[in-house]
Design a protein around this ligand. Structure first.
Ligand code: R7I
Ligand code: MG
Ligand code: MG
Length: 349
């Protein structure tokens, strides 16, 4: 497809929902046999089972808040977004939110709150969360703003409403950038794609706060860059085992242990793989592979889904998977509205 086409917007938002919904089945499982993954996915296509409904989790619930806020305010509005997160949580608290972030969401509901970023700063003894909750909802920023500096800035701020540690919000910046580049067709040249992400993250992680957090948490000097180099090493290799991917990149709830992993899933599945069905296209391969890693499957599949969906477009989304997933239709409609906002913004400024 052409860069930033409607199909790419729809693919990104719909496949993110699919990843979350189908990934929920295995969240927290230690490594999932591919056979089990394929059974789960084939089950979605079994029409004799009637209308299966897979509910979305916090990943999609918060993504929907971001989408609604960006559309309603025609851009980023921190007060509005904070209010929507709080309202969504109090309406449906059982979506599987991280155990720490719940406190932030409760504080965000207070009408007396002056600084909407303060509750996030109070997390984890004042260091802030490094969970992947900021990254899991970052895709809409890439679908609302055509310019990369805006994507980076607003993805960062949007994440800081709950994640004030740089290892949290920089995961969101990386995820939004990956969706942005994919939307432009950058995955047609995978080597350049990963190199570009590394170059951008070099700058992002060169900031004082990031360098300090990395030091305190005893990570590499530039933790996301280090992981992206590992992604590049793994994608250059013909055969990579699931165990190696987990040990090199991680499959956990920290942004550092899941965003680079999601990016790897997309890159690895650009080609057919002998352990995945021949009938699968790239999008199906990406989601199946993400689930087979185990761990934080809903979130890794959600993030990989957004990046892959922006590359392959909505035509690559299996209809029968889509029909099973709560919120997929809404995502499709909202993607079209974001497409309009994006192209309006690019002409206006
Ligand atoms: O990041 P967050 O919104 O959780 C997202 C995850 C996704 O997998 C969703 O699908 C859902 O299942 O949850 O929520 P947080 O509570 O901010 O972070 C998640 C977890 O990461 C926390 O509950 C902690 O276990 C851990 N964590 C930390 N632990 C120690 N020190 C995050 N930050 C820290 C920290 O600074
Ligand atoms: Mg979830
Ligand atoms: Mg999760």
């Amino acid at each position: 497809g052409t860069p930033a086409s409607m199909s790419r917007f729809r693919g990104a938002l719909v496949a993110a929902v699919l990843g979350d919904c189908v990934g929920g089945e295995f969240e927290g499982a230690e490594e999932v046999p591919m056979e089990t993954v394929l059974q789960h996915l084939n089950g979605l296509e079994d029409e004799t089972k009637g209308n299966c409904v897979l509910e979305y989790s916090d990943d999609t619930a918060m993504t929907r808040c971001v989408v609604q806020s960006l559309l309603n305010r025609s851009g980023y509005d921190q007060q509005d977004l904070a209010r929507r997160f709080a309202k969504e949580y109090s309406a449906s608290p059982g979506r599987g939110y991280g155990s720490g972030v719940i406190q932030v969401l409760k504080k965000l509901a207070s009408p007396q709150l002056v600084d909407v970023y303060q509750p996030a700063r109070d997390q984890f003894n004042g260091r802030g969360s490094f969970g992947n909750g900021g990254a899991m909802r970052a895709a809409p920023f890439a679908l609302a703003f055509p310019n990369l500096p805006d994507v980076k800035r607003f993805a960062c701020l949007g994440a800081m409403l709950t994640h004030s540690c740089s290892l949290g919000y920089n995961g969101a910046v990386l995820q939004a950038m990956a969706v942005h580049l994919s939307l432009q067709g950058a995955l047609c040249l995978p080597q350049q794609f990963i190199s570009r992400l590394i170059t951008e993250m070099e700058e992002v992680e060169g900031e004082e706060e990031a360098l300090r957090d990395a030091r305190i948490l005893k990570e590499a000097e530039k933790p996301f860059c280090e992981r992206l180099h590992r992604v590049r090493d793994l994608m250059d290799r013909n055969k990579v085992s699931i165990e190696e991917v987990i040990s090199e990149l991680g499959n956990g709830i920290a942004a550092l242990h899941s965003v680079p992993t999601a990016i790897f899933c997309v890159l690895h599945c650009l080609q057919p793989r002998d352990y995945l069905p021949e009938s699968y296209g790239g999008l199906e391969r990406t989601i199946a592979y993400s689930l087979a890693l185990g761990g934080d499957t809903d979130t890794i599949a959600c993030m990989a889904g957004a990046i892959a969906g922006a590359h392959y477009g909505v035509e690559a989304v299996p209809q029968r998977w889509m029909r099973c997933c709560e919120g997929a239709e809404d995502a499709d409609m909202n993607a079209a509205r974001l497409h309009a906002l994006y192209h309006q913004t690019s002409q206006g400024s």
